[in-house]
Design a protein around this ligand. Structure first.
Ligand code: KG4
Ligand code: ZN
Length: 344
């Protein structure tokens, strides 16, 4: 895979770790080229608990991270001595998970006398639409929709962000996950709902489109989730396959309608000419299609994160680190992780 942005003269080699939740990931980038991107998912391990257990996650990061480091360096045909900068996600995320990635990156940086860079997970998502084939990060209004966050951000340049709006309760991905659970579908719920929705009628149930008239750029998805619960209670049984498909399609349409309309409104309000999309929920084909055509109708350009970089991965962290390293930045190894890190 080939990334974008860097001047041809800049050929720094960056190794990044991203273990902010239940995915352990390591990536190596040399200049524009992604030499290795390894992700080890713990989804199966957490399934019996019905959600991510921080203690289980961190213990498994400790097992997986050294293995992924070995695989990544082998795949990249590189030795640790050739790395110019070690980066890790410093937040937001689970404290005990973040600590593992940051400790490893700091240890490697100290041992090799190379710089360490702390990267905000949200910045990783936010910049990922520019990963492939873009000459520079352009000003844009960005929708980051994941399992933990739903943000609208005005991006001026690398490191210059203004959060326009965020969810007041559940994140969009969280709503997909919770509704999937109610419907007896697996985790993560987003891909399950998208799959079921393919054969469904999105107009059969009219679920609420919250906050469309709120005159701000915030979101709320908890009312929608409650509305699905009430509908389910009235239906009693989910035995009918078509019924399940219609529920999924109607729910998906409600989430996507709100995401699309609020993003386009934010772009128009801020005078942006470009809209970008990233985060786990941006994997959703219906969302990608709808936001792209709404942007086109409004005369806006649109870029989505490459599909492989939508859910959590270390390539997006390596990419953000490349951009910051190019700009001469480095972090203090005494800098602590921050589970509640905000985008600033
Ligand atoms: O970015 P991500 O991997 O992790 C966080 O930073 O939270 O996002 C994971 C979220 C989950 O909630 C998952 O259900 C959602 O992304 N997701 C999707 C799809 N694929 C993943 N949501 C809707 N449609 C999808 N196809
Ligand atoms: Zn994420």
């Amino acid at each position: 895979m080939r990334g974008g942005v860097l001047d041809c003269g800049t050929m720094a080699t960056v190794l990044a770790l991203e273990p902010s939740c239940d995915e352990t990931a390591v990536a190596i980038m040399r200049g524009r080229d992604l030499l290795a991107s390894e992700v080890s998912s713990q989804t199966q391990l957490h399934q019996p608990y019905g959600g991510v257990v921080p203690e289980v996650a961190s213990r498994n990061h400790l097992v997986f991270a050294p293995r992924l480091l070995e695989t990544a360096t082998r795949t990249a045909k590189i030795s640790l001595g050739e790395i110019d900068c070690f980066a890790a996600t410093s937040g937001p995320g689970l404290a005990t998970s973040l600590m593992i990635g940051a400790s490893i990156a700091k240890g490697l940086a100290i041992a090799s006398g190379k710089p360490y860079l702390a990267i905000n997970h949200l910045e990783g998502h936010l910049l990922s639409p520019f990963f492939e084939g873009h000459a520079e990060v352009e000003p844009n209004v960005s929708l980051v929709a994941s399992g933990g966050h739903t943000l609208l951000v005005e991006v001026h340049s690398v490191g210059k962000y203004c959060v326009l709006g965020r969810t007041l309760d559940d994140a969009a991905g969280e709503a997909f996950d919770k509704v999937a659970k109610m419907l007896g579908l697996g985790y993560p719920g987003g891909p399950e709902i998208e799959r079921c929705a393919r054969k469904g009628n999105a107009t059969r149930f009219s679920f609420p489109r919250s906050m469309l008239d709120s005159r701000d750029h915030n979101f709320s998805f908890s009312g929608l989730k409650t509305s699905v619960r009430y509908t389910l209670e009235k239906l009693h049984s989910l035995g009918d396959e078509q019924l399940l498909a219609d529920l999924c399609a109607s729910f998906q349409a409600a989430v996507v309608d709100v995401l699309v309309q609020k993003t386009i409104a934010a772009a128009k309000a801020s005078g942006a000419s470009l809209v970008t999309l990233s985060g786990g929920v941006s994997c959703n084909n219906y969302l990608r299609r709808e936001i792209e055509s709404a942007a086109r109708r409004s005369g806006l350009r649109f870029i989505a994160a490459p599909r492989a970089l939508t859910t959590d991965n270390a390539a997006m962290i390596a990419f953000a680190a490349q951009l910051r390293f190019r700009d001469g930045e480095k972090s203090d190894v005494r800098e602590e992780i921050d589970p509640n890190l905000v985008l600033a």
